[in-house]
Each structure stands twice: as C-alpha cells, then as structure tokens.
Design a protein around this ligand. Structure first.
Ligand SMILES: Cc1cc2nc3c(=O)[nH]c(=O)nc-3n(C[C@H](O)[C@H](O)[C@H](O)COP(=O)(O)OP(=O)(O)OC[C@H]3O[C@@H](n4cnc5c(N)ncnc54)[C@H](O)[C@@H]3O)c2cc1C
Length: 469
C-alpha cells in the first residue's frame, strides 16, 4: 500500500484490542488526516461483554519465552505505567503488584526461557523499564508462599517478577472508545449492533463488507479484527482457531480484598490456573489452557467469496471452531478452578461462584498473532490471532498494525506475524504434544491442562454426571 495515496475510507471490523488500537494509531498518524474511519461491531453494546478484550482484568507482563514479545510488552508497559488521568494507566486502569509463575517439572523449559528473557532484558535495558532486583527465582513451596503472600501453594518451583502487573480490561476498552470518539471527531464512525455477514469481493479485491440485513459498507481498505470470530468471515485455512477458556468469579469481603490487593498475579503453568487480585470485591480464577473447540460447518462461499467453490449441486462447507457465548462452564472446568482455589486460598474453595464464563481465544498454531495483508484478497488486512496474550499490547499494537499495513513494520515482527505456508503449519502441528496432524490447540509452550476437548462433549458429560448424582 502506497503511503502517498492513503485510503479515503478504512473499515475496521471488530471493536476489541486489535481494532481499537489500530483506530487510535490511524487517528494519530498525519498520513490518515483525510481518511474516514468506520469501526463496526456485532455486539449490541460497546465495550462488548462477550469479546475477548472485555473482562475484569488481564495480565500485563514481559514474561515471555519469546524475546520479541517480551520487548514489545516492555514498550507497552512504559505506557501502562503512565498513571495520568488521560493516560493508559490512569484512573485505576493499571496495577503493578507482580507476577509469579510456578510449575511442576513439565513446564521447566518454558519457565527457564521466560526467566532468562526477563533477566537479560533487565540487564540490557537502558531505559530503566525493568529492575533485575525485582526478579527472583523461587525454589520450593516455602519461597513461593513467601513471594505470593497466599496461604496455600500451587507448583513446586518458579520465579517472581515484581515488574509485572494487570489491567482493568473493560475500563481500558471504554477508555480507548472514549479517546477515539474525542480525538477522531467527525471522520470516525463507531457502529455497534452491526454484524458482517461476509466480505464484499470483486474478483480478488475486497471492497468492504455485506452486513446481515442487506446493507453493504464499501471501503478502500478493510481491516479484519474480529478476534475469535475471524475464521467465520474468511477461510484462514487452519491458521486460527477459536478455543474456549474458562473462568469463575466469587465474592470476597472488603477485608479479604484489602489483604489480597497488593499480591502478585499467580499462574501455575502446568495446570494453566491463574488468580488475579480482586477488584469490586470479586475474585477471578481462570485457566490459560488448550481450551475447548466448538466446531461448526460454514458454507465455503461465505469464507471464500468471489471464488467458484461449488461442487455441482452440493454445497461445500468448511469446519471451523467458533465462539459459543453464554454457555455454562463444564464440570471438569469447575472442578479445576475449585482445585486452584483449594491449593492457593483454601478457605474460599467452596464459596459459590457468582458468575462463570467461557471466553474465547483466537489461537494460532504457534501462538503468534496474524497481522498481515491477506495473500489473495487485495485491500484486506488481517489483524487477529491474539492467542490468549494480546491484551497487554493494547497501547502499542495499533502502531505496529499500521506499520504492517504500510509494510514498514520491523522485519522480526513481520516474520512472526506473517501468513505461514501450509508446510510450515503442518510441521508445527506435527510437533504438537499430541502428535496428531490436525490443528486442535496452540503449541506456544505456555498452555496447561488437557488437550483436545470439544465443548459440546464436555457439556454432555457434565449433564450426565449431574444426572447420576
Ligand atoms: C479468558 C481470557 C484471558 C486472557 N488473558 C489475557 C491476559 O492476561 N493478558 C493478555 O495480554 N491477554 C489476555 N487475553 C488475550 C486478549 O484478551 C486477546 O488477545 C485480545 O483481547 C483480543 O482482542 P481482539 O480485538 O482480537 O478480539 P475481541 O476483543 O474479541 O474483539 C473482536 C470483536 O469483533 C467483533 N466481531 C466478531 N464477528 C463480527 C462480525 N461478523 N461483524 C462485526 N463484528 C464482529 C466481536 O463482537 C468483538 O467485539 C485473554 C483472553 C481471554 C479470552
């Protein structure tokens, strides 16, 4: 795309972290001064309570086994740490009580790489963004207990990084929307309750979108930032997979909240279970796991608009995993979440869950984002594949997306966020823990728990278990 002739109209599908951060960067970039920007989202309300970007909290950490993400997270953290009222970290949106990663033997490699990365970042960092003294290796349960402040322990070794923190996710999405409205003025339109049915394609050029209800929106550049729903709008040929991740919320007293407020977020990398300090007297316990798949069939004509894909009279369909929102969490998840409470805060283990949720990751096989021009459709840009770790980059990812649109993003980021070849994907999938040849779960090394669960099967199992009681 030539920067000398910027698009007159850019359409962004999806008002989550990827879409909103892109919109903010476009607004701040002089090149797009005369460009109209339309952001649409299927959700009746924004922030979208069912989107991945909206929740009580999200972890912000540079603790990555992959150094490019660790470095980018540090860049984001500089902005999170700005607590001015109108800054990212203002009005209580960001807190920095630390992050403790633990494991039993199976996750040694991931933990060792993450620790070595943050340590070398701390040694090399010339901007004082990360303090080596705030990183401690933890040997055994006593050291873990001392670092977390929790009465119980999960895992038997790990490390603490008191440079890391968490953000109030819903408040951050509301903040970004507010800034886009204020800074974008008349040239920005934000439409909720506006669901894309399929892309509007002429030959191999993407011209915008068809909405449910018949309306068309025409644009010079369409940015697909539909999170876990992205594979329902274009055939990503196994590059993205919606996986359901479970969480539960329980009430805590004001005294309990005060006691836990300054404790670090804790994650057991082996089970995937994590606990973030409570806010508004509600505690969240969740699992960063391989997740559930929810496969459905979608007509190939929807996913590959413009191509002749029909086979005689038979309609060809593609099976993709898509989000299913509003369903209760299966029993196996409830037991896992309760077990995490039992290990860390035993006196809360049997407290009723006031709410549970299945929240959907848009997983890629490697856990790398998919931020690239579509290889076949001109004027279609993909900004998706958050893979369960995209939130922390909210303040900086839009700038990288705009740079990628203009083909000037750093080569190392272009390399990890590219459209991978089929052969490469097959190789990644073959090396997965289960050794199969189908992309059923992300192999970024950070996930815990069981692999290969199907949501409908787990719900059926839960019902039959309940019937036996
Ligand atoms: C349970 C959970 C925990 C997480 N924890 C962390 C964490 O601790 N730290 C971290 O950094 N990251 C975390 N993440 C990941 C992070 O939240 C995501 O990577 C990020 O929010 C993804 O943003 P998005 O914009 O791609 O997706 P979304 O926020 O889901 O936005 C996509 C939007 O597209 C809209 N859309 C979809 N289909 C259509 C359509 N047909 N028409 C119009 N609009 C449509 C949707 O309504 C939605 O609002 C977590 C994610 C989950 C689910």
């Amino acid at each position: 795309m030539s920067i000398t002739s910027p698009p007159q109209h850019i359409l962004i599908v999806g008002a989550g972290v990827f879409g909103l951060s892109t919109a903010l960067s476009l607004i701040q970039n002089q090149t797009y001064n005369a460009t109209r920007i339309t952001i649409i989202d299927a959700s009746p309300t924004l922030p979208n309570p069912s989107g991945s970007s909206v929740d009580a909290n999200r972890i912000v950490r540079a603790d990555y086994a992959h150094k490019h993400y660790a470095e980018l997270a540090l860049q984001a953290q500089e902005l999170w740490r700005d607590r001015g009222k109108d800054a990212w970290g203002g009005e209580g949106r960001y807190h920095e009580p630390g992050f403790v990663l633990t494991a039993v033997a199976d996750k040694d490699a991931y933990l060792a790489e993450a620790l070595s990365n943050v340590r070398s970042l701390a040694k090399e960092d010339k901007h004082g963004r990360i303090d080596l003294n705030k990183i401690q290796e933890l040997h055994g349960q006593d050291e873990i207990r001392k670092a977390t402040g929790y009465e119980g322990v999960s895992g038997d070794h790990g490390y603490a990084n008191f440079n890391s923190g968490w953000a109030d996710a819903e408040a951050c999405v509301a903040y970004a929307l507010r800034r886009i409205r204020a800074e974008g003025g008349d040239r920005v339109t934000i439409r909720s309750n506006t669901r894309v049915q399929r892309l509007l394609v002429s030959g191999t050029e993407c011209k915008g979108v068809h909405l449910h209800g018949g309306e068309k929106i025409v644009a010079d550049l369409t940015i697909l930032a539909a999170g876990a729903w992205s594979p329902t709008l274009i055939d990503l040929q196994g590059r993205c997979l919606a996986t359901g991740q479970t969480m539960a919320f329980l009430d805590v007293t004001a005294e309990e909240q005060a006691a836990m407020r300054d404790r670090p977020t804790i994650i057991n990398q082996s089970s995937g279970m994590f606990i973030i300090p409570p806010r508004n007297k509600v505690l969240k316990v969740a699992r960063h796991g391989y997740g559930y798949r929810n496969p459905i069939k979608i007509p190939q004509q929807t996913l590959r608009p413009g191509s002749d894909v029909s086979s005689g009279e038979v309609e060809v369909s593609v099976e993709v995993s898509v989000p299913d929102v509003g369903v209760p969490i299966p029993r196996e998840a409830e037991e896992g979440l309760r077990n995490a409470l039992r290990e860390n805060v035993p006196h809360m283990a049997d407290r009723p869950f006031v709410r549970t949720r299945i929240c959907w990751y848009c997983d890629t096989p490697t856990g790398d984002f998919l931020i690239t021009h579509h290889p076949e459709y001109k004027d279609l840009f993909l900004a998706t594949g958050g893979s369960g770790h995209g939130f922390k980059f909210f303040p900086v990812i839009g700038e990288k997306i705009v740079a990628a649109i203009e083909k000037r993003v750093e080569p190392e980021l272009a390399e990890i966020w590219r459209w991978r070849s089929e052969e490469e994907l097959k190789e990644v999938i073959r090396n997965m823990a289960d050794g199969g040849d189908e992309f059923i779960a992300c192999a970024d090394g950070s996930r815990g728990g069981k692999i290969g669960m199907i949501l409908s099967e787990e719900i059926r199992r839960s019902k039959s278990d309940l019937a036996k009681l």
